[in-house]
Design a protein around this ligand. Structure first.
Ligand code: PXP
Length: 242
């Protein structure tokens, strides 16, 4: 019998807000989209409040955090952004690197600069407020160990390199790298998530890695929803990774 995955699905609704912000109108509403996602099998709603507020707005975040069920916020460790998280009180936060004008998140956090206390301070403040903290890291052992030392509850492994691998051999090697980082995270009693650039072709293999608890996926689901509707796009992804 094939190994059954118990991997959860976090659906990122940022790009519903991207569409709304294109006209600065009230539709499509990311909160209404989140409700459709939940009704279609999403285990968690994810959003990224960016410093430039290019998609999700503070008011969206507050409303998403009022919904029943888990809202997971991606955020830079900038104190001003951490303050926004403390106001909204999501169930969990994933700290990510953020640079101005980047098109999307570019890789995991650099946790190796001992002088840079921003992540450490953010973890402390969030945990003190009872918010679970995940750190977005590249799938390497040093970053996973450092995430544990900084007090993270969970690591989210960056899947960009795996998703970008065009040849089978390269993709298998990247998957192995993710698997090894996942074993280490589990060994260190860290929760294990993965995400970024996952789609309907590459997500299943990541969901089936040992100890993988949740995949966070946005762009591929929202893109597919243009053709098949959000309900179907979420249901299909949920079936694919379960
Ligand atoms: N995980 C993290 C930490 C991210 O920053 C993002 C992008 O917001 C995602 C997952 C989702 O990536 P994608 O939109 O490519 O599925």
């Amino acid at each position: 019998m094939p190994f059954a995955s118990h991997c959860k699905l976090g659906v990122n609704v940022d790009h519903i807000a991207t569409l709304r912000q294109a006209r600065r109108e009230s539709e499509p509403d990311p909160v209404a989209a989140a409700q459709v996602c939940k009704a279609s099998g999403a285990d968690m709603i994810v959003c990224h409040l960016r410093k430039d507020r290019r998609h999700i707005q503070d008011q969206d975040l507050l409303r998403l955090c009022e919904l029943k069920g888990e809202t997971h916020l991606e955020l830079s460790s900038d104190p001003e952004m951490v303050a926004a998280a403390l106001r909204a009180k999501p169930a969990s936060v994933c700290l990510v690197p953020e640079t101005p004008r980047e098109v999307t998140t570019l890789g995991g956090l650099n946790l190796l600069d001992a002088k840079d206390k921003a992540v450490e301070n953010a973890v402390k403040k969030l945990k003190k407020a009872g918010i679970e903290v995940s750190l977005f890291v590249d799938p390497d052992p040093v970053s996973v160990r450092r995430a544990k030392a900084l007090g993270a509850d969970t690591v989210e492994l960056c899947t960009t390199a795996y998703a970008a691998a065009r040849e089978k051999k390269k993709a298998a090697a990247e998957l192995e790298t993710l698997a090894l980082a996942g074993y280490l995270a589990h060994e260190m009693e860290l929760g294990l998530h993965a995400g970024h650039a996952l789609d309907y072709h590459n997500a299943r293999a990541v969901a089936r890695l040992p100890h993988m608890a949740c995949l966070n996926i946005g762009f591929a689901i929202v893109s597919r929803s243009v053709f098949v509707g959000l309900k179907t796009a979420v249901t299909e992804m949920k079936q694919l990774i379960s």
